[in-house]
Design a protein around this ligand. Structure first.
Ligand code: ZN
Length: 355
C-alpha cells in the first residue's frame, strides 16, 4: 500500500513501538516518521486478531508471523502500522521489537484509525509516534515448595500487562490460577517425589525477557532439576482449555495420564509457539507446555486481548475454576510420578522444536 500525501493522524492512544522498559536501553525516542506506511488489518487468528502479532513475540515470530514478514516485505523496511481487527476504538498494544537496528517502526491503532488510514491509499501521510526508552527495574517473583527429592516442577504465569488495559484475561487469569493452585496443594507437595517452584515472571509482554534472564542466569545443575514447566497464560474468556505442547515427545501422553482419571481433558495444539514463558524452558531442554483458552475461537472474549477491553467482565468464574483444576491435576501428577513425567529434551531436539 502506498501512501504519499500527508496525513497527520492522532495516535495519542496508540502504543509506542519498541520495548520501553528494557534495562540497558536509555534514550528518548521521538520519531517523526514520514514514509510509506503499511496498514495491517489483523484478521481474527487463533487467539483473536488483536493478539496475533504480539503474542508471538514481535517481528521474529510472526508465526502468524507471516503477518510481519508480509509487512516487512511490503514496507521494504519502512513503517508498519497494525490496526485492531475489532471495531470500538480499541488500539492494540504489545511488543514489536526493541527499537534496535533492523526493527520496523511499528504502532498499534484502532480498527477505525486503520480504516481511516487505509482510505488514504496512494497519498503520503505523516505519522508521529513518540515513545521513551528508559531504565526500569522489574522483578520476577519466585517461591518453592520442596518435595521429597531435589527435582522441581515449575508452575508459571506472567504478572505483567500493558497499561492501556486491565489485562484481566492476559494474564490476571493465569496469575489467579497459579496462586489458587499452589495454595490448594502446598501441604500435599512435601510428601511427593518432586517439589513445585512457582515462577511469576515479569516482562513477558516484551519478548519473554523476565523468564529468559531467570533461566540464563541459573546454574546448569539447577536447570537440570527442573523437569517440567506448566505455564498458565490467558485461561479465561472462552470455554475450554487448550495445551500448547510444541510437539514435545511424551507431553500428550502425560496430559492424558494426568487428566483422564478425573474425567477431564484439554485440546492439543502441537506446533511450537513462542508466545509465552514456556518457550524459554523449552529452549533449555526442559519440557514445557502452555495452558490457554480461546484457541481457534476468534469470536470468544480472547479477541479483546491486548486492547483496553481486556476487563474483568470478560472473565467468568467457572472458566477460572476449570483452568485451576486442570493445572492442579497436572502439577500433582508431575510431582508424584516416579520417573520424570516427560522426557527431557536433548540440545538438538530443543533447538529443532524452538527454531
Ligand atoms: Zn500473556
Amino acid at each position: 500500500m502506498k501512501l504519499d500525501t500527508v496525513l497527520t493522524s492522532s495516535l495519542s492512544t496508540a502504543a509506542p513501538f519498541g520495548a520501553p522498559h528494557v534495562k540497558g536501553r536509555a534514550f528518548r525516542l521521538r520519531a517523526h516518521l514520514i514514509a510509506r506506511v503499511i496498514v495491517v488489518l489483523l484478521p481474527p487468528r487463533a487467539f483473536g486478531g488483536a493478539a496475533a502479532w504480539i503474542a508471538y513475540g514481535g517481528f521474529r515470530a510472526a508465526a502468524d508471523a507471516r503477518l510481519v514478514d508480509t509487512a516487512r516485505a511490503l514496507a521494504g523496511g519502512l513503517d508498519t502500522l497494525f490496526a485492531c481487527h475489532e471495531p470500538g476504538l480499541l488500539p492494540v498494544t504489545g511488543s514489536a521489537g526493541n527499537g534496535g537496528p533492523g526493527n520496523i517502526p511499528c504502532a498499534g491503532v484502532s480498527y477505525e484509525a486503520g480504516a481511516a488510514l487505509a482510505a488514504q491509499t496512494g497519498r503520503r501521510i505523516r505519522l508521529f509516534v513518540e515513545g521513551i526508552f528508559e531504565d526500569r527495574h522489574a522483578e520476577n517473583l519466585l517461591t518453592t515448595v520442596a518435595g521429597q527429592g531435589e527435582e522441581l516442577l515449575v508452575l508459571s504465569a506472567h504478572i505483567d500487562g500493558h497499561d492501556l488495559a486491565y489485562s484481566a484475561i492476559d494474564n490476571a487469569s493465569g496469575l489467579a490460577c497459579a496462586l489458587t493452585v499452589i495454595e490448594a496443594i502446598r501441604d500435599i507437595v512435601p510428601g511427593l517425589t518432586r517439589g513445585v517452584q512457582v515462577g511469576l515472571f515479569n516482562i513477558e509482554e516484551w519478548a519473554l525477557l523476565g523468564s529468559a534472564v531467570h533461566l540464563a542466569q541459573m546454574a546448569p545443575a539447577e536447570r537440570a532439576k527442573r523437569v517440567l514447566n506448566v505455564n498458565l497464560d490467558s485461561l479465561a474468556g472462552a470455554e475450554g482449555i487448550t495445551a500448547l505442547t510444541s510437539g514435545v515427545p511424551g507431553m500428550v501422553e502425560f496430559l492424558h495420564t494426568a487428566l483422564a482419571p478425573a474425567g477431564m481433558s484439554v485440546g492439543i495444539s502441537a506446533p511450537f509457539m513462542g508466545n509465552s514463558d514456556h518457550a524459554n524452558y523449552l529452549r533449555h531442554g526442559i519440557p514445557a507446555l502452555r495452558l490457554c483458552t480461546g484457541f481457534d475461537r476468534p469470536q470468544s472474549n480472547m479477541r479483546f486481548l491486548l486492547t483496553p477491553a481486556d476487563t474483568p467482565d470478560k472473565v467468568h468464574p467457572h472458566q477460572l475454576k476449570l483452568a485451576a483444576s486442570i493445572a492442579a491435576l497436572l502439577v500433582l501428577a508431575g510431582c508424584a510420578s516416579p520417573a520424570a513425567p516427560v522426557p527431557r529434551l536433548d540440545e538438538a531436539s530443543a533447538q529443532r522444536i524452538t527454531a
